[in-house]
Design a binder for this molecule. Sequence first.
Ligand code: 13P
Length: 258
Amino acid sequence: MKPLSLFQKKPLCIANWKQYLTLSESVRLYARFQTLGTRYFSSCTIAVAPSAISLAMLSSKSSSVLLGAQQGGIAQAGAYTVEISPRDTRTSGGSFVIVGHSERRQIFGETDVLLRQRLEATYEAGLVPVYCVGESRDIYTKGFRAVKKHLTTQLSLLKGLNGFQKGIVIAYEPVWSIGSGTTPTFAEALAIYRSIREILDGLGILDTKTRILYGGSVQKDNAAGFLHEGGFSGLLIGGASTRFADFRDIIHSLEHIV
Ligand code: 13P
C-alpha cells in the first residue's frame, strides 16, 4: 500500500475539530473514522486536526487517517509558553499544521509576522502547512476585486518561503461562511479558485505540490459541488466533521469524484 500523503490524486478532506471535543470524544471519534472502510478511503484522503492534547493521544501508526495540528509554534523548542512545537507534532505522528486560520487571526490577533514564523517553523520540522486565507463579509460585499486583492495580500506571505518542495495546502475559507450555514455559490467559488491559482502562479508556487481546499459550512449537500463545480481539490471541514454521520455522508458524497 502507498504511504498516506496529503498529495494523493483523490480529494483531501481535513476535519478541523477546533476546540469542540473532549479528549475522550476525540479518541472515540478518531477510532470511528478508522472504521470508515475502503470505499470511503478510496474516495478521499482523510485527515484530522484534533486539539493538541488529543493529538498526542492519537496514533497515526497503521492508520488510514492522517493527523495534523491546529497550531504550530514559531520554533521547535524554547521559552514560548503555550506554543505547540511542530517537532512534537511530527513525533506524535502529525504531518501538517494549520496556519493562519481566521479564528487565530481574528480572535487571537495573530499577525502576518507571526504567521510567517509559524510557516517557517512548520517546514523546518518537515511538516506541510495548511495555510488559511479568506475574506470578511465586509470585503465580500465590496465585490470580487476587493476579495482578490485581500487574497493576494494574504498569499503574499508565502513569498520566498523555503520548503515548498514538501508541498503546500491552501485553504480558502471565507470568514463569513465559517459556521454560518451560508456559502459562496459554486460559480463564485470557481472564480476564487482560479484567482488563487493565478496568485500562486505569480508567486512561483504552483509548480510544487499544491492543493487548494474550500472551507466554510461544508455539508453533504454542498461538498461535491465545491469540488465538481468550484474546482477545489479538497475540503476543510469544521462543525460537520465532529459528527460522525455528517462527516461520513460528506465523504460518501465525494465517491465519484476521483
Ligand atoms: P465550519 O465547517 O464549521 O463552517 O468551519 C470551517 C472551518 O473553519 C474549518 O477550518
